[in-house]
Design a protein around this ligand. Structure first.
Ligand code: SF4
Ligand code: SF4
Ligand code: FES
Length: 332
């Protein structure tokens, strides 16, 4: 155990200041532990947001020595013993109090992005994706919405008026994910990113990638490919020439035309049982009662020591693979 020096920002939307503190730090602790000890021993009204303390909920984002980070994943051992650790709220979003900011800008941008659009006429359960397509977009699905990338991006960090027109890196990866989704019927994701999400504001500095706790290659795998495809579409000399030579009705439809479906025909393996998505799972069984008519409090005696199965209690595991909604790519 040692006593270490901290500066923590205290204040609200009206203003604030950095206060000095000396707090005990034990081996293996993270910055969030120190914030909690500060609340417990010196500042009971210090506001901070957190939930999982495992780097998975994305709530505890703050700036530590000026670097946007998850406080629950920032070990105190990364700092020198005699170093003063400065903790401030995310700079890009308005402060509510102390270390808590109003991140609703991000939710507004999320709502503006058109949702996944399955092709018309394909019922749930008829969807089939190749494993390779699942894997491509899996990287972007790792996002925990900590908004560290949004906070870091200089397009909005120092330029409040840009927030209106700029969706930010977190929503570029969402657009890219949907753009590469084989069952997404909207074919204007790139155009939308350019004209509505402000993709052109990004000058691929990669700062967003640098702070992402999930190590998503935001710039290399989402933003740059999206930018390249926008450029291909608008500035490729062959495409431009084609537009000049061909009559309008000979040109392939663009984003403004009816959306096309990326996916080919849905394949169903011969030996694959249809998935019954309408199946009514049986309700969970009631707990057994003991001789006195009471529920056994000892979990070990119960045949259901955990919550009811979301698949229904009539399934036994392992589930018959014929009933799974998965089509192996090798089984063409
Ligand atoms: S690469 Fe683009 S989105 Fe990411 S921080 Fe830089 S300007 Fe912002
Ligand atoms: S892309 Fe990374 S940094 Fe951005 S919100 Fe998701 S997890 Fe956080
Ligand atoms: S508390 Fe959940 S990510 Fe830090």
């Amino acid at each position: 155990m040692s006593v270490r020096k901290f500066k923590v920002w205290r204040g609200d939307s009206g203003g604030g200041q950095l206060n000095d503190y000396q707090v005990e730090v034990n081996e293996g602790e993270v910055v969030l532990d120190v914030i909690h000890r500060l609340q417990a021993t010196q500042e009971p009204d210090l506001a901070c947001r957190w939930n999982c303390k495992a780097g998975k909920c994305g709530s505890c984002s703050m700036e530590i020595n000026g670097m946007p980070r998850l406080s629950c994943m920032t070990r105190m051992s990364t700092f020198e013993e005699n170093e003063t650790v400065t903790v401030t709220p995310l700079r890009t979003f308005p402060v509510i109090r102390d270390l808590v900011t109003d991140v609703s800008y991000n939710y507004t941008k999320a709502r503006e992005l058109p949702a996944f659009a399955p092709p018309p006429g394909v019922a749930p359960g008829d969807y089939r994706m190749q494993q390779i397509d699942v894997e491509r977009s899996q990287e972007f699905r790792k996002c925990i919405e900590c908004f560290l990338c949004q906070n870091t991006c200089h397009v909005v960090r120092d330029h409040e008026p840009n927030k209106e027109e700029f969706a930010g890196p977190r929503y570029f990866i969402r657009a890219a994910e949907l753009d590469m989704h084989p069952l997404d019927a909207k074919n204007d994701r790139k155009e939308f990113a350019k004209s509505q999400q402000g993709l052109g504001y990004c000058n691929i500095t990669k700062c967003c990638t640098e702070v992402c706790p999930e190590h998503i290659k935001i710039t290399d795998n989402a933003i740059i490919p999206m930018k390249e495809r926008v450029v291909d579409r608008r500035y490729d000399p062959l495409v431009v020439l084609g537009r000049k030579i061909l009559r309008r009705d000979q040109i392939a439809p663009t984003a403004s035309a009816e959306p096309t479906v990326h996916a080919g025909p849905v394949k169903v393996a011969d030996d694959m049982a249809p998935v019954d998505f309408g199946r009514e799972p049986t309700p969970p069984l009631p707990p057994e009662l003991n001789a006195k008519g009471h529920v056994n409090l000892n979990e070990m005696l119960s045949d259901r020591s955990a919550a009811a199965s979301p698949f229904g209690d009539d399934l036994s595991f392992p589930v018959d693979p014929k009933g799974l909604n998965y089509y192996h790519p090798d089984k063409h």
